[in-house]
Design a protein around this ligand. Structure first.
Ligand code: A3P
Length: 367
């Protein structure tokens, strides 16, 4: 009777039972096969991530080892065409990953995060140099271009801002630089509202030299502008400096700093000396790394002085076959300025400089 339930009436049919058993096993196998394929695909995705050369997550990794890491370790370096890609004009050649970390065409690892650190100024202080040097560090991922979020693009919202950022692993710091933030009234409040923990870096330079550098840059784009002397003074005989001219105003560091200190404690702002950045890049970058709380991996081994350029450049490494100097727009020959005008401006800046030294507790020796 029992057999009847299974099939037609009749005696047990071992062959038929075997066939049934075979069909049952086959369907089970198919199900298993499909399931495995699905899982396997997932696994492949995973193993592509896991099987890639392991990225160094923490500052504990040794510098030498970092130099040997291969590019796939890098989760999200901005590549040309991406919003964060350094443009030839803005950033010169692509950043060399001396420590084998950042740029890659590798799968999208990591997450786009809002920056935890910002280079907020100052224009012509040496901000590009700091950005290019610090992004060599495997624990730092930086946007190559200037997003101008906290001044010009604030209306686009934080999601837009975040979308520009390179992907980072949890251990990595996201960084961007926009030098105009330092002189933007609303920037401190806006940055504070994004995160009160944001670390701020300001690269400062003798304000007179900075103004001349700024002017030289503008002149290279607009050759018809008035002379530096003409723009600097409202009345030169009376020594009345035109503080409404941006090139002058930016250098009044003490004034701008006040707005930042309303929102951020001094300990959260790191000042890089634009002068020492040229004479001792490793020393300055050592302090930047300390400030960011990352291991000092960028050392004097990473720099050499390029006599033709007249500036320190990044050395070639295993991951970048060429040594790398900043682009032509960085380190230009300045226009000649009447030494008397320079003296007048030096006098003008003196009280601002002194106030600035007192506030930050550092003497930058600009006098
Ligand atoms: P000059 O072109 O007037 O010499 P920023 O990147 O903020 O615009 O600053 C540009 C300045 O960075 C340059 O101004 C240059 O003096 C300075 N700088 C500092 N380190 C440099 C480096 N290693 N290579 C080129 N320029 C550097």
């Amino acid at each position: 009777m029992a057999y009847r339930v299974l099939g037609r009436a009749g005696p047990p049919q071992p062959r038929r039972a075997r066939r049934l058993l075979f069909a049952f096993t086959l369907s089970l196998s198919c199900t298993y096969l499909c399931y495995s394929l699905l899982c396997c695909c997932d696994d492949l995705g995973q193993s592509r991530l896991l099987g890639a050369p392991r990225c160094l997550r923490g500052p504990g990794a040794g510098g030498q080892k970092l130099l040997q890491e291969s590019r796939p370790c890098d989760p999200s370096g901005p590549t040309p065409g991406e919003p964060g890609a350094p443009s030839a004009s803005a950033a010169g050649a692509p950043s060399p990953r001396l420590s084998g970390s950042n740029h890659s065409g590798s799968p999208k690892l990591g997450t786009k995060r809002l920056p935890q650190a910002l280079i907020v100024g100052v224009k012509k202080g040496g901000t590009r140099a700091v950005l290019e040097f610090i992004r060599v560090h495997p624990d730092v991922r930086a946007l190559g271009t200037e997003p101008h979020f906290f001044d010009r693009n604030y209306g686009r919202g934080l999601d837009w801002y975040r979308s520009l950022m390179p992907r980072t692993l949890e251990s990595q710091i996201t960084l961007e630089k926009t030098p105009s933030y330092f002189v933007t009234q609303e920037a401190p409040r806006r940055i504070f509202n994004m995160s009160r923990d944001t670390k701020l870096i300001v690269v400062v330079r003798n304000p007179v030299t900075r103004a001349i550098s700024d002017y030289t840059q503008t002149l290279s784009k607009k050759p018809d502008i008035p002379t530096f002397e003409g723009l600097s003074f409202r009345n030169r005989t009376l020594g009345l400096v035109d503080v409404s001219w941006n090139a002058i105003r930016i250098g009044m560091y003490a004034l701008h700093l006040e707005s930042w200190l309303r929102y951020f404690p001094l300990a959260q702002i790191h000042f890089v000396s634009g002068e020492r950045l040229i004479t001792d890049p490793a020393g300055e970058m050592g302090r930047v790394q300390d400030f960011l709380g990352i291991k000092r991996l960028i050392t004097d081994k990473h720099f050499y002085f390029n006599k033709t350029k007249g500036f320190p450049c990044l050395k070639k490494t295993e991951s970048s076959l060429l040594p790398r100097c900043l682009g032509k727009s960085k380190g230009r020959t300045h226009v000649q300025i009447d030494p008397e005008v320079i003296d007048q401006l030096r006098e003008f800046y003196r009280p601002y400089n002194i106030k600035f030294y007192e506030t930050v507790g550092q003497d930058f020796r600009w006098e």
